[in-house]
Design a protein around this ligand. Structure first.
Ligand SMILES: Cc1cc2nc3c(=O)[nH]c(=O)nc-3n(C[C@H](O)[C@H](O)[C@H](O)COP(=O)(O)OP(=O)(O)OC[C@H]3O[C@@H](n4cnc5c(N)ncnc54)[C@H](O)[C@@H]3O)c2cc1C
Length: 441
């Protein structure tokens, strides 16, 4: 793997790293007080990126007695980890267990499927064990089906996950309508191990717990270059260096130009999130009364979850970002009101967005970058639970465990030619999703 360059300016400042006007920024507990790297530091494990992947890698390494150092370009959770919807979902977006087994083989495929199956429970168990204050609610995740033709999707998913011991159930129309409080759907399925969290609170909590376990976490310390010197990785920031035996790259859809091959095999796509005003008790009793997280079968996804302060957090996608917040206020407001008439005239107090790292086949990529160096990218919108589990596995592999024993479906990087062009035309995929959404496919 080629070493690193940085052609796109100093990462971590401005642009995609700007502080979003998110509900999570307004409600998460403050971050731990973390320093900027101003020195030369030695470590067993160098982690690049202070999101769920990097923080989980550092936490697990530190808990096993290793010296872990995290370098974050901006603030903790400033990437996707602090901007997402907070749904804890133990599945991928499109590929089902049997797709993964067909692709990665019975052994590696099933091991990866088991990691995904357990990922929500793993995350909630970690939050409970460490006492992380992040409004965690393990109330389940439900996927309602928006057209009769897509009932087969729910049947297939419930059957494949059920055979593998996941706590899932198939839901008929009446059951979904009782769960959601709307007749808009034709059935669905749910996984009881899912739920939701305040994602920025989780990221900050993980950072604090990693430090307590002995890791060093540096913020506003963008990695400008990484190179292999002898048997070590050496990362340079504006004011310091870290030298380490092992490396985990956790930059995902917010990757600066470090490791260009990894950055260019995913296409970052903008996803908008929005939080309503706090809703009244009657609305809380009639809409998603069991407080599950919900994302449906539309390609132009409908999703929502309750928050601790009684808001619904939903959102959507747009072809063009111009006036995005105002347009989405109208679009999503009407959409929610058509499903739940009591939501007519809804106000959205916060609207923000973030970059989801997409791959062309909706399957995450996991790679070995070189000796003792691993990464993954391409969550396709399902990375809250997954990144915490994968972060742990990547740290184990980097620190010397045989990757063949781990749940890592390793492949060779395949950078996408014309990635910049794909980023520009990526949003137009929404037209295809919308067309498919009105077909029975
Ligand atoms: C709007 C949105 C909604 C989503 N909703 C959900 C959801 O509800 N459920 C779900 O399961 N998934 C969801 N996801 C996906 C999920 O948020 C991500 O998969 C997950 O947060 C990825 O975590 P990460 O640590 O791998 O990457 P990130 O959280 O993106 O972290 C990468 C970090 O690397 C840092 N970095 C980059 N370059 C450098 C450098 N050179 N030096 C140092 N640091 C660097 C960045 O600053 C950033 O903090 C959503 C994503 C978005 C954007």
């Amino acid at each position: 793997m080629k070493a690193i360059d940085n052609r796109s300016g100093v990462p971590g400042t401005g642009g995609i790293w700007q502080r979003p006007d998110s509900l999570w920024e307004a409600t998460a507990p403050p971050p731990p007080d973390l320093p900027v790297l101003k020195d030369s530091v030695e470590a067993d494990l160098l982690v690049i990126g202070g999101g769920f992947t990097g923080l989980s890698a550092a936490l697990h390494a530190a808990e096993s007695g290793k010296r872990a150092v995290v370098l974050e370009a901006s603030e903790i959770g400033r990437g996707a980890s602090g901007r997402n919807n907070g749904q804890v979902i133990p599945t991928l977006t499109r590929p089902d267990p049997e797709d993964l087994v067909a692709r990665f083989g019975p052994e590696r495929g099933e091991r990866f499927v088991a990691l995904i199956r357990d990922s929500a429970e793993t995350l909630f168990a970690l939050i409970r064990r460490l006492g992380i204050d992040c409004a965690a609610e393990q109330t389940g995740w439900v996927q309602p089906v928006h057209s009769p033709g897509r009932i087969a999707i729910a049947e297939r998913r419930a059957a494949q996950w059920g055979r593998r011991g996941a706590p899932v159930e198939l839901l008929d129309r009446a059951a979904v309508s009782a769960l959601l409080g709307t007749d808009a759907y034709h059935g669905g399925w749910m996984n009881r191990s899912g739920g939701h969290i305040n994602p920025l609170a989780l990221a900050r909590g993980l950072a604090g717990k990693a430090v307590e376990a002995g890791a060093s976490v540096f913020v506003n310390s963008p990695v400008l270059s990484v190179e292999r010197r002898g048997d070590r990785w050496v990362a340079r920031t504006p004011d310091g260096t870290v030298t380490a035996h092992a490396l985990v790259l956790g930059t995902n859809g917010y990757a600066a130009a470090v490791f260009p091959e990894i950055r260019t095999e995913v296409v970052p796509v903008l996803s908008w999130q929005m939080a309503t005003q706090p809703l009244d008790e009657a609305q809380r009793r009639s809409i998603l009364p069991g407080r599950q997280a919900m994302s449906d079968t539309h390609g132009d996804l409908r999703f929502m979850r309750w928050t601790a302060d009684h808001r619904l957090v939903s959102g959507g996608a747009l072809l063009f970002p111009i006036d995005g917040a105002d347009r989405l206020r109208r679009i999503v407001g009407l959409r929610l009101a058509s499903m739940f008439p009591t939501l007519r005239g809804l106000r959205f107090d916060h609207v923000w967005n973030g970059r989801i790292a997409m791959t062309t086949d909706y399957t995450p990529r996991v790679h070995q970058l070189g000796p003792n160096a691993f990464t993954w990218a391409g969550c396709n919108g399902r990375g809250v639970a997954l990144s915490v589990s994968l972060g742990r596995e990547l740290a184990c592999a980097a620190l010397g465990r045989d990757p063949a024993e781990l749940a890592l479906p390793l492949t060779e990087p395949r950078p996408l030619p014309f990635n910049d062009l794909l980023q520009r035309i990526g949003p137009f995929k929404l037209l295809q999703y919308r067309w498919n959404d009105i077909q029975e496919i």
